[in-house]
Write a protein that binds this ligand. Structure first.
Ligand code: C5P
Length: 313
């Protein structure tokens, strides 16, 4: 048994700088080239000893808390349970592992910024410390990959290319900080539904689906810290599907572009839209333009890259 009674982990949201979606696989997933970038928009997950040994509970606080399931379908609970199973269910003191999780949400729910995956990643790191398991980051990433394709990246952070279904990660060298604005939408979009719509659009167009590959111009822009070149290279194969399911996003993207964004795209499966700015001041200007045009629920600024999940208390 560890002396730790309470652990708090801070975990970032992600935006996809390139999301190249390959053919549909037999297991229902798509092979991807997914350039993840962690940004300074954070959820916090606190793990404490449960009231009853072996119990797993979750509470969610924050503006969007009511939209997150607080039962066993919650990804953070599933992650904690998977870690307990990996560790053999019973601690050194003979008591079954269990945890009370408190999630403070700032990352939009079902927003295309991997908020649920981030909470799962944070739960893995927090429970590892609470239970005194001492697993490596790599081991936690492997358990995380079984929970969701984006969970390993939330543990890694920074900027990284994900292949396979997005879970096989290679860090990408990046110079400097990039300034972002995120336009949050009302309500979410279901990730499986957006992938399904992407398949439908492609089938209807009779499109031959190419094997995805990393964009060299994007990699060079990251290496050089060149925001203008990065803005021009941003790309998301899920964007047409997200725009079909949520046509109003086209106007959100246009307002950001007209206000001088260096790049504008739907984040992941949406409906959050991401805009790259030239500076922190420019990001504030863009954010005001988006808010005053009334094309989003809220606009927030953030920087990237930032580290993955970290214990903060
Ligand atoms: O891995 P995760 O549970 O986050 O994925 C959610 C859904 O997104 C999958 O059920 C699948 O429909 C879709 N998906 C996909 N290809 C990927 C990742 C996710 O089709 N590489």
């Amino acid at each position: 048994m560890t002396a730790t009674q309470r652990v708090t982990v801070r975990v970032p949201a992600k935006v996809n700088l390139q999301l190249a979606v390959g053919p549909l696989r037999d297991d229902g997933y798509h092979d991807l080239v997914n350039v993840f970038h962690a940004v300074s928009l954070f959820d916090e997950v606190t793990a404490t000893e449960p009231g009853a040994a072996g119990a797993f509970t979750v509470r969610v606080e924050g503006e969007a808390g009511s939209q997150v399931p607080a039962d066993a379908t919650n990804l953070a609970i599933r992650a904690a349970e998977a870690l307990a199973k990996h560790a053999g269910q019973i601690g050194a003191d003979g008591r079954p592992y269990g945890v009370d999780l408190l999630i403070r949400k700032a990352i939009p729910v079902a927003g295309g910024m991997a908020g649920g995956s981030a909470d799962a990643a944070a739960a893995l790191l927090a429970c590892d410390a609470l239970w005194g398991l001492g697993l490596s980051r790599e081991e936690l990433m492997e358990i995380g990959a079984g929970i969701g394709s984006d969970v390993p990246f939330a543990l890694l952070g920074g900027t990284a290319v994900g292949t396979g279904r997005g879970e096989r990660l290679t860090p990408v060298p990046a110079t400097g900080a990039f300034h972002w604005v995120f336009a949050l939408a009302d309500g979410g979009l279901s990730t499986p539904r957006v992938y399904g719509e992407c398949d439908r659009i492609r089938a209807e167009a009779g499109e031959e689906v190419a094997w995805p590959s990393a964009d060299e111009a994007l990699m060079a822009a990251l290496r050089d810290g060149d925001a203008r070149a990065l803005g021009a290279a941003l790309a998301n194969d899920l964007q047409p599907a997200a725009l079909t399911l949520r046509p109003s996003l086209a106007r959100t993207l246009d307002v950001g572009r007209d206000a001088g964004a260096l790049g504008a795209l739907v984040s992941g499966s949406g409906p959050t839209c991401a805009f790259l700015a030239a500076s922190a001041d420019h990001a504030r200007e863009l954010s005001e333009a988006l808010t005053s045009a009334g094309v989003c629920r809220a606009a927030i600024t953030a920087d990237g890259p930032v580290p993955g999940a970290e214990i903060v208390a």
